[in-house]
Design a protein around this ligand. Sequence first.
Ligand code: 4AD
Ligand code: MG
Length: 477
Amino acid sequence: MSRIRIKEILKTTPTEQTITVKGWVRTFRNNSFIALNDGSTNNNLQVVVDFTTTAEEILKRITTGAAVSATGILIASQGKGQTVELKATSVEIIGDSDAEKYPLQPKKHSLEFLREIAHLRFRTNTFGAVFRVRNSLAFAVHKFFNEKGFLYIHTPIITSSDAEGAGEMFHVTNFDIANPPKDENGAIDYKQDFFGKSVNLTVSGQLEGELAAMAFSDIYTFGPTFRAENSNTARHLAEFWMIEPEMAFYELKDNMDLAEEMLQYVIKYALDNNLEDITFLSQRLEEEEKQKPQNERAELSLLDKLNFCLENKFERVTYTQAIEILRESNHNKKKKFQYLVDKWGVDLQSEHERYLVEKHFKKPVILTDYPKEIKSFYMRQNDDGKTVAAMDILFPGIGEIIGGSQREERLEKLETRMNEIGIPLDELSWYLDTRRFGSCPHAGFGLGFERLVLFVTGMTNIRDVIPFPRTPKNCEF
Ligand code: 4AD
Ligand code: MG
């Protein structure tokens, strides 16, 4: 007999048909009522066991965490909170669980504790909801680009280029690291390494994505990226997933329009398809907020915040305007920023980004035209000679969620900039070829997928929206 998912069962009305469900026991009350969960929804199916006809041996093994199969008929439920329940005619124990040793008890556990048992936290209501929303968002990303006729391209994970030029890369080698071969100058001889040169895990698929856009016009990548930045914050991971579209014949404004449309599309998709889970997470967050002093509580609930993002256009401001706003702010004058904003050219810290979004504009903000010194080499140089056609999208509670730009399509300008910064032209000659053979204006951006999931689930630590977080000094499972 085939297994029916609990989410489907809970939508149906009582039938006389015999069905089978399989899942894990959340609780077992009064030797009669199993709350059974199979991960398809946070709502459990109540399975009613007749203890007068069920063997004592079986009853004893219906413990929290055990995997069981139950067969019976669906009847109208007497209890509150559900319309149907399963009147079991047989219960089979598939996998025992020692209730004494099972780390998840039917009570509230801290997120920190659950992170240590990431192999079991999937079975909790909070993480059930988070990972179902994550799944929907990933699907929505593919759906969005597919409907727009974009080509999904797989960019490499092992690469010899540092796309962001920030040098925060994980080295990949199969040398015996205690004893690597040396050349005549005593330096490590990468010619003898697996790839015959020094290579890394990718920090971004952008450069390879640009090559594909110069042939397919509109492409995107969606894959894992790796950064060895030692940022132990609630918004940084060493391994995260990034969505990077790249479009030929796009300028900065087209890029911003696409990014805004995509964000609104995927948020709407999650609201339309995961309302139950998002409502659960919204209520969870309200409970959390109650622990905080009144003046620190969020003004909007999670649901209201998501709807607000759908109904309002993002604010578009230049870096130069933003610096003015920050410099003139009372926050700056009263020295409430850790890093005071004194002159044009400084990089924005997350406290500044959050001030702009949460205090000043009170909505998502797209910041454009940053000083070229604080942005990557590939960004298109503006006519003022000082700024580049960059755009960052800042979200409430998150800060930067998207980073992107129009790309420098003029070979001479690009080479000059690379020389200024000291990026060897020969190493990126394959990239420069696109500017030699049929170059054209193009643009793209990168969306940090976990930051999006943070925003939509209302979770506050990025470690809680990826199944197995990798952060400095932490790589369990
Ligand atoms: O701003 P970033 O570094 O931009 C790029 O990598 C470009 N190549 C993207 C492009 O134009 N194709 O990173 C893009 C986004 C950030 O806005 C942020 O959301 C996320 O990636 N991100 C991280 N997310 C989690 N942990 C980290 N350590 C992250 N670093 C960046
Ligand atoms: Mg960035």
